[in-house]
Design a protein around this ligand. Sequence first.
Ligand code: SF4
Length: 762
Amino acid sequence: PDGDGLMWNKAPCRFCGTGCHVQVGVEDGRVVAIAGDKAADVNKGLLCVKGYHVGGILYGKDRLTKPLLRKDGELTEIEWDEAIDIVAKRIMDAPDKFAFYGSGQWTIPEGFAAQKFMKGGLGNNHIDPNARLCMASAVTGFLATYGVDEPAGCYADLDECDVLITWGNNPAEMHPVLFSRVTDRRSRGETVRIIDIGTRRTRTTDASNDYLEMKPHGDVAISLGIMHLLIENDSYDKSFVAKHCNFRGDEADTPTLHGEAITEEEFRKRIAKYTPEHVEELSGVPADKIRMLAELFGNHDIRITSLWCMGMNQHTMGTAINSLVHGVHLLSGHFGRPGDAPTSLTGQPSACGTVREVGTLAHALPGGRLVAKPDHRAQCEELWNVREGSINPMPGYHTVKMFEQFTKPTSEGGDINTLFVQVTNPGQTLPNLNTLFNDKEGLEDKFLIVSEVYPTATTRLADLILPAALWVEKNGMFGNSERRTQQWFKMVDPPGEARDDCWMTIAIAHRLFELGHEGMKNKDGEFIFAVKDDSGEEIPVWEFEHYYDTNVDKHLFEEYRAFTTMKHKNLAPYEEYVAARGLRWPVVEQPDGSWRETKFRFSGFDDPFVAEGQEFEFYHSSSNDGRAQIWFHEYAPPPEKPDAEYPFWLCTGRVLEHWHTGTMTRRVSQLSRAMPTSYVEMHAEDARAANIRQGETVVIESRRGVCELPVWIDGRGRPPRGTIFVPFFDETKLINNCTLEAHDPFSKQPDYKKCAVKVVKK
Ligand code: SF4
């Protein structure tokens, strides 16, 4: 857009992991217009309904604008100086009892600063992001299969595939612009077969050629059934497997992420029992549909892309099902050609960029390094210029454990007493909220600090609330689901005294430096976040008025960039991202000085790190032989199943109009009017049997808690009999009172997609 008198600039959308680019129109210091960015490869000018209204998230009436301290139960305004002092002193008093809970919505520099502050500065690994709740199983699935995280393919696969399989995934609502790349092809006359495998009918089902309705956990059996038939029918890709794959199994007594090598013969033996009929028993999907899937994978003349997101990740067998779907693609050779890809999507805009790449998980370090490995710690200490031995070798608490330790009384061993939450809303998103969050109430020595934009379900129990800047009120960088790093500049001022999360981290670190905390000094005795001007003078960026005197984001990003070459996740210099609409890593410099991104990783025709002459190379193979691992995992039932007392499956999830806990989108009137309140989707026969009518309020009850909701029969989503679905966007109806904290053994990601409940008419 131009010629309208507005100042326009680019930014990625604030919401989902698709990473659409918008153009932001500013007038008189206020965002007044949003347009789809036609120059952006991801969305080519298109946005979904949330994207078109993204500017409105800045202007809710109840923005937090001043630090608030709870005194005698009442929130009281205080100055920033006092707020920073309170946090720093609590950390100084008990540095090991402090934990930092962040997010896949942290910008890359914010996450890097938090990571350096905790692991490099405090020597404390109790830092974990909310992405633990959404894509940790995708990480462990990639690591177990390829020895390195994040997808090999990219969104271009959606332009090339003949068949798209959605595994427990509803991209029509959750990643709408991405899904429209496929439906657009149909409207241009191309044929794309969409196969939807799920536990309820959704808008994705409406666009699908085939709908395969499975029982919860049925995906594990289905993937095993496909692999069984590929072997049985001799239709697997023998050449690809012989050249590029090994077989792995988990030994039941002592399962590990990398398992044990097994022979192809052993793999055949183990998988032999997953006949189509047995898979039908386990999954509920008819045997002939399993045969249909196996025939498609056995056809090498077509290209198949698999997509998944929370359905496979929020799963107590999350690592297993991720590895098995990779295995289906590897065994069949549907890998590494444009359109042939197993691809996981993320729900948050920078779950990949900030969580996976920067390594803000409790066991990780930047650049794919691990706190448990001495050589990895040494590399990071060197790059951070902090003292040898600064980084603690013990992984910190993962999310569920962190909140268990925070809400447990100190006298009973709850060893986290100060928790700082940035850019996320655990008071609404944690499973089993009564235990993992609400139990904090009344524990006098536990102190919750929350950096937020609006009052939320989390600030309700906060002892100190810090008002935060949002989206284009600050500089930022995100990394989307296809390895694309994106940059934007601050365009408007935050309201009142709201400030950048990154500034908060640096200001707290500097107060600790002033208090004499040795970890806040580098090897030269300087502040670990020192930023210097051209003459070598330090700029006091911890004083907010100087924060933008220099681009702190750029300094942090350039420091972080040195870590990215360690595992072939190379990033380009900051200026390249200023000029581009994002670049997919690895990005490597060309002889002419330009920087080239990579679309298809591990494929010789595109990936610069594949050895010359090789068609494929898995250069971070856990077996150190350039091969990927095809896994066998035995099917296991879900941790909780319906019974006589709790006869329904409960599945939770999202809706098109709201983003996650709705704190931003529920303040945009167009979106909140379109979807004002949460509800429970129920099958008409189940409602009739319980004498429940459309719109009536029911009580959902599990062994852990209750939630009251109006019923929507034959609504947007249509669950089968015996299953109900509830979205989690509505803070007035907290469905996570009912969900359970059972989690995958490797990823520690909880299962929000299946637990047992009863439905009682009110
Ligand atoms: Fe934003 Fe996702 Fe919608 Fe794109 S699809 S406009 S990134 S919410």
